[in-house]
Design a protein around this ligand. Structure first.
Ligand SMILES: C[S@@+](CC[C@H](N)C(=O)[O-])C[C@H]1O[C@@H](n2cnc3c(N)ncnc32)[C@H](O)[C@@H]1O
Length: 496
C-alpha cells in the first residue's frame, strides 16, 4: 500500500531508503531537522497546528490536575523545588498560560509556599533561543520560576539549563517530577507490525522520492516522499527488552488481521524519565491516540500525518499503560475524543500512590469540563459571532479563560458593538480586554492582536490603555503606519 506523504502521484522516483525498521527511518531525522531549521516559523506561519494544545482552557485544566497531584503529596520538601518539565514545548505558549493559571489557583493555599521551576524543553535549539529571548519570559526567568533547555528524553539523562547554567540529574529531583507533553509522543519514532493468520510481521518502510534532485537529508524532501510498507516475518522476540517482547506477543495473540504501532520512542522516553525522577512522577499528555486494545485493531495501515515537514502518528497508549502498570503506575484517560485528543495522566510512585486528589481533579477538569469538548464548541460558535450579542460574546470569551485566539476572531464584532454598549457592558468589555492583553503571548504571527485591542480601548475612550497596547505592538512588531497614526491621534488625549 502507498501511504503518500505528499499526496502526489509517483511519476519517476528515486529510492531514498529501502526496507528499514520504521523507528530507524530517516523520516524522524528529517522531522528533527525540520523543527530545528524552522524554529518558531513552524507555528507562526500556520504549518503545524497548535491551537488545541496551546490555549488557556487546556492550560487551566492541566493546572488543576497538577494541583490535585500536589495535594496527593502532603510531604513535599519545601527546601527543594518542584520541577515541571515540559517536553517538545514547540512555540512555548502553553507554558505561559499554564504558569499563569497554576500561580492563580495556588495563591493563598498551603501549596503557595512551594517553589516551582518550570522547565521548557525541546529538541530544537531554535525554540529554546526563541523562548529565552521572549520579553514575556524575562520576569519568570529572573524570578527563578522558569528555565529552559534543549532536551531529548530519548537520549538525555541530564537537563542542561540555559539560563541558570545548572545541570539537573536524578539527584537534584528531590520532589516528584511533573512532566507535561502535548502533541509530543505522536512525534516520536515507532515501529509498525501486522498480525496475519497467526503470524507476526514487521512492516518495513521504503521511501521513494519524486524529487531526486533534492538532498535526501533536506527536510524539503518530505513533501515529495512516498512511503511504502512491506511485511517481513519475525518472531515476537524482536526487541532486546523482554517486556517489549511480552507486549508484542500479546498483540500477536489478540490483534489478528490488524496493524499495530509499537511506540518505542514513547516507551524509551518514559523509561528515561522514570530514571530521572527515580520512579516518582506524573506524566500528563494530550495527543492523538488510543488506549483501548479493541480500538487499536485495524486492518488498515496507520496514517502518517504531515504538518509542514513534520510528521506524526497515532500514539498506542495501550502499550504505555501496560508498560507503566508493570511499574505500579496508574493511568487516567479522557473517555471521549471528539477532536482526537486523548488526554492522559500517568501516575507513577513507589510504593503506588492512591492518587485520589489527582483522580478527582482529572475528572473535574479533563472529563467533566473537557478541553476537547471546549474545542468542539469553539468551532461551532465561531461562525455565529457576527449574529451574537455583546453579552454572549463576552460570556464565551470569559469561559475560554480570555483566550487571545478567540478574542482575535471576535475582535471585529466586539468593536462593532462597543460604541452602542451600555455602561455595564462597556465595563465588562474593558475588563475582558485587560485580561486578554495580560495573557497574550505573541509568536510573530501576522495578526496584530495588540492593535485590535487598542481599537477596542479607543472605542471605549480608554486612551491610556490603548496607548499601552500600541506601544507594546511596536515593541513586538516595530512601528507600522497604522500604529504610528493611532499613537499620534490619541497621544494628546493621554497624560503620560
Ligand atoms: C507537534 S510539535 C508539538 C509542540 C507543542 N507541544 C504543541 O502542543 O504545540 C512537536 C515538538 O516536539 C519536538 N520534538 C520532536 N522530537 C523530539 C525529541 N525527540 N525530543 C524533544 N523534542 C522533540 C519538536 O521539535 C516540536 O517542537
Amino acid at each position: 500500500m502507498i501511504n503518500g506523504l505528499g499526496g502526489k502521484k509517483v511519476v519517476a522516483s528515486t529510492v531514498i531508503e529501502k526496507d528499514q525498521r520504521l523507528s530507524a527511518s530517516i523520516l524522524w531525522r528529517l522531522q528533527a531537522a525540520f523543527y530545528q531549521q524552522s524554529g518558531i516559523t513552524a507555528w507562526n506561519q500556520g504549518a503545524v497546528p497548535y491551537y488545541i494544545t496551546n490555549n488557556p482552557y487546556i492550560a487551566a485544566a492541566y493546572a488543576r490536575v497538577i494541583q490535585g497531584f500536589l495535594r496527593d503529596h502532603p510531604n513535599l520538601d519545601p527546601q527543594h523545588p518542584v520541577y515541571i518539565l515540559e517536553l517538545g514545548a514547540g512555540p512555548g505558549q502553553f507554558a505561559y498560560y499554564f504558569l499563569h493559571h497554576l500561580r492563580t489557583i495556588l495563591e493563598g493555599t498551603r501549596l503557595a509556599g512551594l517553589r516551582f521551576v518550570y522547565l521548557l524543553t525541546d529538541l530544537a535549539e531554535s525554540n529554546v533561543n526563541f523562548w529565552k529571548q521572549h520579553p514575556l519570559y524575562q520576569a519568570h526567568l529572573q524570578a527563578g520560576r522558569l528555565d529552559m533547555a534543549r532536551f531529548d528524553p530519548l537520549t538525555d539523562d541530564q537537563i542542561h539549563l540555559v539560563y541558570s547554567g545548572q545541570v539537573l540529574s536524578a539527584v537534584d529531583l528531590v520532589n516528584p517530577l511533573i512532566v507535561l507533553a502535548n502533541y509530543f509522543l505522536d512525534s516520536l519514532p515507532a515501529d509498525l507490525f501486522s498480525v496475519h493468520q497467526g503470524m507476526l510481521c514487521e512492516e518495513q518502510v521504503t521511501l521513494t522520492s519524486t524529487a531526486p534532485a533534492l538532498d535526501p537529508n533536506d527536510p524539503a524532501i518530505m513533501s515529495s516522499l512516498e512511503v511504502d510498507f512491506r511485511p517481513r516475518l519475525i518472531s515476537p522476540q524482536y526487541y532486546h527488552r523482554p517486556e517489549y517482547n511480552r507486549l508484542l506477543q500479546s498483540y500477536l495473540n489478540s490483534l489478528e488481521g490488524s496493524y499495530v504501532l509499537f511506540p518505542t520512542g514513547a516507551l524509551d522516553s518514559l523509561e528515561r524519565l522514570l530514571a530521572l525522577s527515580e520512579g516518582r512522577m506524573i506524566f500528563l499528555t494530550a495527543d492523538k491516540g488510543e488506549h483501548r486494545l479493541e480500538a487499536l485493531r485495524s486492518p488498515l495501515q496507520p496514517e502518517i500525518s504531515v504538518h509542514g515537514r513534520g510528521i506524526s502518528m497515532i500514539v498506542n497508549f495501550h502499550a504505555l499503560d501496560t508498560f507503566l502498570a508493570a511499574r505500579g503506575g496508574q493511568a487516567f484517560h479522557s473517555k471521549h475524543r471528539d477532536e482526537g485528543l486523548d488526554i492522559t495522566a500517568y501516575l507513577v510512585e513507589d510504593p503506588p500512590l492512591d492518587g485520589a486528589e489527582t483522580r478527582g481533579t482529572f475528572h473535574a477538569a479533563i472529563e467533566a469540563a473537557s478541553p476537547d469538548d471546549f474545542f468542539v464548541l469553539k468551532k461551532a460558535f465561531e461562525p455565529h459571532y457576527a449574529s451574537s450579542t455583546l453579552d454572549q460574546l463576552l460570556a464565551f470569551l470569559r469561559l475560554s479563560g480570555y483566550d487571545p485566539q478567540i478574542f482575535k476572531s471576535m475582535a471585529p464584532y466586539l468593536l462593532d458593538q462597543a460604541p452602542g454598549a451600555d455602561p455595564r457592558q462597556q465595563e465588562r468589555l474593558f475588563e475582558a480586554a485587560g485580561e486578554v492583553c495580560k495573557l497574550y503571548y505573541p509568536i510573530g504571527e501576522p495578526f496584530d492582536l495588540l492593535l485590535a485591542l487598542a481599537r477596542i480601548y479607543i472605542a471605549l475612550s480608554a486612551y491610556p490603555e490603548a496607548l499601552d497596547c500600541l506601544r507594546l505592538s511596536q515593541v513586538y512588531r516595530g512601528p507600522t503606519r497604522e500604529t504610528d497614526a493611532l499613537i499620534a491621534q490619541i497621544q494628546p488625549l493621554v497624560w503620560d
